[in-house]
Design a protein around this ligand. Sequence first.
Ligand code: MN
Length: 287
Amino acid sequence: MKRIQRVVRNVQPHWVGDGFPVRSLFSYGEEAAEVSPFLLLDYGGPYEFSPTDHQRGVGEHPHRGFETVTIVYEGSLEHHDSTGSHGTIGPGDVQWMTAGSGVVHAEFHSREFARTGGPFEMVQLWVNLPARQKMSPPGYQAITSSQIPRVDLPQGAGTVRVIAGEWPGTTGPARTVTPLCVFDLRLTAGHEWTAPAPEGHTTIVLVQHGRVTVNGQSLASGELAILGRSGTDVLIHCESEAMVLMLTGQPIDEPVVGHGPFVMNTREEIRQAIHDYQTGRMGRLSP
Ligand code: MN
């Protein structure tokens, strides 16, 4: 059984732009090795937005050296970027963006969601790239809800949406650079079962709604457990109906040097990233 290294609780929300009330449940600034290959997890919402004619969100900003994974549960987002790409991410959809050598983009509520308002819930996860892939060309995987397989757990314990990696017998649609899994679980009260987590892989469990005991540690809504690399099993006991995000990944044991939206291996690479952004070499958003 994997041991719990750390439990994250009582994180206060802050606003990213005027569109994203997020709790940063972990970030590479604190314990990069502990969460590797993941860098950051922002849990956005749940939040009720009033209708508006204004598109809330965050304007032009860059990324280099990693991937951003945006999972939308409620509400709808729109993005556009320096490669000319543009899209909408709705409930159940996932955007897997490889920033690689650099993307400049903007992330907003979709026009339609802004107009109607309503409940909003999302996660943005940052996944590190190994040094040899940090300057690879940027790219997107727009994964729609219908492309994500849903698997039933035994004995009616709930369902798993396999976004990335393999749940025994089912492979998720996201292409990943290093071995990792992203599972979106909907759980039924009263069940106990064992989730698969590979030996040597970091494992992280976020309880979004409900109360779940993870390897003996009880977690409430908005709480997260970081489990160690050794061992294989994660014992889940669902105390109430619950929604859970589970991540596993092979650590990338390389230096992590970050500055805001740039995550590289050395200070010199960070200086270069800032210079490249400021001189327009990561591109610009077309007006
Ligand atoms: Mn961004």
